[in-house]
Write a protein that binds this ligand. Structure first.
Ligand SMILES: *Cc1c(COP(=O)(O)O)cnc(C)c1O
Length: 385
């Protein structure tokens, strides 16, 4: 290959995913693909894997390998790339919460690990700020954890006792909590309690992948199938060497609490390829593309009476450009529920998750090809009718 061609061959693919022809596979199953105007949400399939990831999964699928050895090698490689002390691939962020909790509660003692979820002799209490309620508490509870909810710094300090096994932090909830991350980490460190930070959806900007372990969280979690565009059923557990070592035997293929959380060789290699790509990809170009889609949707809606659009970037979690569309439900005679039903009822269906009263938050992040144009057009039709 000529040097230029060789360089091009090693260039990571961008996020421009060309919209493909209608899927015979999904049609045969009677499942209708949607335009994703919701972003990287698990319930719509997470993200779309780029060719590098599919290629790695396909190659991985053709061989037998000792799975525990592959898990360790892939973990070590990702840890090196993300400058974390250690890493383990899990089958999603939720599974990382479970095996990470198992590691903290069992403190590296295999006997204790095997006894979970029974609490005898275990440090089973997990402290969590009320505002950091995540909806993923079950993942901790299945290990036997008892969640202790606190609000103030005083309550947090008073809650620590000889049964405290872990302190849980929901990264995106930091602005809401009374105890901010630095203080949270400090309190935990002074008392020798391991901290877990769930940053599943917060891998943008890419610096975040490095940031939270650096801040001092003992365990940090990311989804593999969200911003990273790895396999949907993959996740990252990053952090302290001893805790990651304690988490390995908690998961498949070993018997115990995480035996049902199997990570296949394809997911391991796919997630590694996704991380490698994510670190190399031109994030500025991707950002610009999202800005263009945002501008295009806003332009399509300009002049439609009674609605306001805005460019919106969440301060934390899914930190990419979105469009908000706001209107007065009464004067328009349109509720957010009706708008979202009309969007879903069209062809192709458009899925906007979590609309609120008089407000839609349209994510352009996972749109493919010219889908943003269809979204702009449909919104205009609905709001002009
Ligand atoms: C998406 C998400 C999860 C679950 O991630 P999976 O990879 O689907 O298991 C956990 N926590 C938060 C904050 C999330 O956003």
């Amino acid at each position: 290959m000529a040097p230029a061609a060789a360089a091009a061959a090693h260039k990571p693919t961008g996020s421009t995913i060309t919209a493909t022809t209608p899927s015979a596979l999904y049609a045969g199953l009677g499942v209708k693909p949607v335009i994703n105007a919701a972003g990287v949400v698990t319930v719509l399939g997470g993200s779309i894997m780029p060719p590098e990831v599919i290629k790695a999964m396909e190659e991985a699928s053709r061989y037998f390998i000792p799975l525990p050895e592959l898990e360790k090698k892939v973990g070590a490689r990702i840890a090196e790339l993300l400058k974390a002390p250690a890493c383990m691939v899990t089958c999603g962020a939720a599974s990382a919460i479970a095996v990470g909790t198992a590691a903290c509660l069992s403190e590296g003692d295999l006997k204790k690990l095997r006894q979970l979820p029974r609490r005898d002799g275990i440090k089973y209490e997990v402290i969590q700020q009320k505002t950091h309620h995540s909806g993923y508490e079950h993942q901790m509870e299945l290990c036997g954890a008892k969640i202790v909810v606190v609000e103030t710094r005083q309550e947090l300090e008073a809650a620590v006792n000889e049964r405290t096994g872990m302190m849980f932090f929901l990264n995106k909830a930091d602005p809401l909590g009374q105890v901010k991350r630095e203080e949270f980490i400090k309190i935990a460190k002074e008392r020798g309690i391991p901290t877990m930070n769930d940053a599943a959806s917060d891998a943008t900007p890419k610096e975040n992948l490095f940031k939270y372990t650096e801040q001092g969280f003992d365990l940090v979690i990311f989804s593999g199938g969200k911003a990273l565009r790895g396999p949907q059923s993959s996740g990252l557990l990053l952090g302290r060497k001893d805790l990651i070592a304690a988490a390995y035997p908690a998961m498949s293929p070993f018997a115990g609490i995480g035996r049902g959380m199997k990570v296949g060789k394809e997911e391991m290699c796919g997630l590694l390829a996704a991380v490698e790509r994510y670190l190399k990809v031109d994030h500025k170009a991707e950002w610009q593309e999202m800005e263009d889609r945002v501008a295009s949707i806003r332009a399509a809606l300009r002049g439609v009476k009674g609605i306001r659009t805005e460019r919106h970037i969440p301060a934390i979690a899914n930190e990419v450009p979105h469009v908000t569309v706001e209107w007065d439900e009464l004067s328009k005679g349109l509720s957010w529920r009706q708008v979202s039903e009309k969007l879903l009822g069209g062809d192709p269906p458009i899925d906007v998750r979590r609309p609120a009263k008089g407000k839609l938050l349209v994510s352009v992040w996972m749109m493919r090809g010219d889908e943003h144009k269809i979204v702009g057009r449909r919104l205009k039709e609905i709001f002009s009718a």
